[in-house]
Design a protein around this ligand. Structure first.
Ligand code: FAE
Length: 553
């Protein structure tokens, strides 16, 4: 079977019916028995060729999930299109996801070999594995001198990320998004996002004593010797569950080397939070293995999407056209930008402005590792869930916020590993390659230099204070202390207040919105999903009030 569907039930629409039913004509079933057996049929029908739905949301990541839930609560029927699959059923080995140390086809989006961020050990290619191509959960999109990791499947990045739920400094948020009232974000939308995402913190007493976080404590002491303060970071991993893992009363996930290829337990990914709530409304349908390819205006108003449906071998099984009145792009920084660039450059939406594709950045990401003294072991047992940040953002020349990340190899490695977020002012530009019908990124290798300079200045300081050195063997076959050629945090491409109005509306295109990381101009100073979620909450609240509600009445 090539398409899996969420557990939504058909339901007679409330206030949104007028819009939905009138527009749908006889096409999509509206009322109904709610029988479980008809769920797949319902989704197939809602996403059938020629269908019209009131609202389409492309993607199922953070911005998309918020948007779908709030639209549905306002009575609007929503179809979500997701190019990946559902991750809610165990495979033959009884697990939904594979682990980081035993990756199989579930790990990667259509690759023949895994492409882990930490690609080597003692310069040897011992980390990656040959695999069968499959719609696996983690994608790596290569753009030459920069690669972007992204989650694929229902839940987007929430299936694979480190789970750190961090709000940026208020002054930096104001600087990055000057059209957004930072006070309102902190008072209203960050708390809402945190609560919905079920962000929680590690118990400090347990943290101080457990073997699973020795690696974080070691990094904290070494940073302190260099005069750098540490901060605890909230996470969407359920720490009460982690305690049970440690006590041996629950199956292990974070304590069994699971993270970037998904967690079989403990992770509160979007399918368990926002998307579960959205599906409970009965107004949201998720069509998986459906990839939005292009968008054009609909003569009677709204938009028409061309959507490709594939099977799990990657074979295209259908091409459909789906009409909608409201189109929300939540396909992530890359996905949403590509859809709009293609529309502008191929002339299906020729009036899209010049800002589409601009102002992209990797959030200054740099990965680095240090070699500790034999007297400073970091532990054979490491929780995969990071909980500690080293905060040198006040450094006037080289602001750095570095997270202490695990090396869950199951053996002592004496390695301290970090993902550093720096304030790299360089920005990339996306251009549409007509011959290949895909987007390319203009990002030259030396555009990563400011990030590396900042990371070097920070880690040199930590090394000096501890008389330690870098590890040069972890980032590929060449001796390299800093991995500056990939990012976990793609940001920008359709920036709020430039490519869109201050709420994500595309100017001159009523009913067309961007609702994801594409809105943030390249840098945030911390990990982005909490801000993407809070911003989507802010934007959709306004859109429901001003754009959607009047059309329904
Ligand atoms: P995203 O979550 O990427 O969702 C986009 C969805 O759209 C995906 O499900 C795609 O499959 C789907 N899609 C794309 N194109 C199409 C199309 N054409 N048709 C249909 N579907 C499509 O978007 N952030 C943090 O804040 N804390 C962390 O600890 C953290 N760690 C990370 C670790 C890793 C390994 C990775 C990869 C990312 C990490 N991030 C972290 C980044 C975070 O996951 C990312 O910023 C958000 O997921 C972006 O949210 P969006 O809503 O923009």
């Amino acid at each position: 079977m090539s398409v899996q569907y969420g557990p939504s039930r058909r339901r007679v629409l409330g206030g949104g019916i007028a819009l939905g039913a009138a527009a749908l004509g006889g096409g999509v079933l509206l009322g109904g028995s709610g029988a479980e057996a008809s769920e797949a049929a319902e989704a197939a029908e809602v996403a059938r060729d020629g269908a019209f739905v009131p609202a389409v949301v492309v993607g199922t990541g953070y911005g998309a999930a918020v948007t779908a839930l709030r639209l549905a609560e306002a009575g609007v029927r929503v179809l979500m299109l997701e190019m990946g699959r559902w991750w809610n059923r165990p495979a033959e080995d009884g697990r939904v996801f594979c682990g980081m140390l035993d990756p199989d086809r579930r790990s990667s989006w259509f690759r023949t070999r895994t492409a882990a961020p930490l690609g080597s050990f003692l310069w040897l290619d011992v980390v990656d594995r040959n695999i069968e191509p499959y719609p696996g959960v983690l994608d790596r999109v290569d753009f030459g001198s920069m690669a972007v990791y992204a989650g694929r499947g229902v839940g987007g990045g929430s299936l694979v990320n480190g789970g750190m739920a961090v709000a940026p400094r208020r002054d930096y948020l104001q600087r990055v998004l000057p059209r957004v009232d930072a006070g309102e974000m902190y008072r209203r939308y960050y708390p809402r996002a945190r609560a919905m995402l079920r962000a929680n913190g590690v118990d400090r007493t347990w943290f101080e004593g457990t073997e699973w976080y020795r690696y974080s404590r070691v990094a904290r002491e070494q940073a302190a010797r260099a005069g750098v303060r540490s901060v605890f970071l909230d996470n969407i991993y359920d720490f009460r569950y982690m305690r049970k893992e440690a006590d041996g009363t629950a199956p292990r996930s974070a304590l069994a080397g699971e993270l970037i290829y998904g967690n079989n337990h403990g992770r509160m990914s979007l399918d368990k939070t926002y998307l579960a709530a959205a599906l409970r409304t009965g107004r949201v349908t998720i069509a998986t293995l459906h990839r939005a390819r292009s968008v054009r205006r609909r003569r009677a108003g709204g938009y028409v999407l061309t959507v490709e449906r594939s099977d799990e071998t990657g074979r295209r099984t259908a091409v459909k056209e789906i009409g909608c009145r409201y189109l929300f792009l939540g396909a992530g920084s890359l996905g949403s930008t590509e859809l709009l660039l293609r529309a502008r450059e191929t002339g299906t939406l020729p009036d899209l402005g010049p800002e589409i594709g601009r102002c992209w950045g990797p959030n200054g990401n740099v990965m680095a590792a240090r070699a500790n003294h034999p007297s400073d072991p970091t532990g054979c047992h490491q929780s995969t869930v990071p909980v500690l940040g080293l905060d040198a953002w006040d450094d006037p020349r080289h602001p750095v916020f570095a997270e202490v990340t695990p090396v869950p190899a199951g053996i002592e490695t004496w390695i301290s590993l970090y993902i550093a977020i720096t304030r790299n002012p360089e920005r990339g530009t996306f251009v549409y390659d007509r011959a290949a019908d895909r987007m390319r990124l203009r990002w030259a290798p030396d555009q990563s230099r400011p990030a590396v300079d900042a990371a070097r200045s920070f880690f040199d300081r930590v090394n000096r204070a501890n008389r330690t050195d870098y590890r040069y063997d972890l980032f590929g076959p060449r001796a390299k202390a800093f991995a500056d050629d990939f990012t976990y945090h793609p940001l920008g491409g359709c920036v709020l207040g430039r490519a869109t109005d201050p709420y994500g509306r595309i100017p001159g295109h009523p009913g067309l919105y961007v609702t994801d990381g594409a809105l943030i101009p390249g840098s945030l100073g911390v990990n982005p999903f909490l801000t993407i979620t809070a911003l989507a909450e802010r934007n959709v609240e306004r859109i429901v009030r001003q754009d959607v509600a009047p059309s329904r009445s």
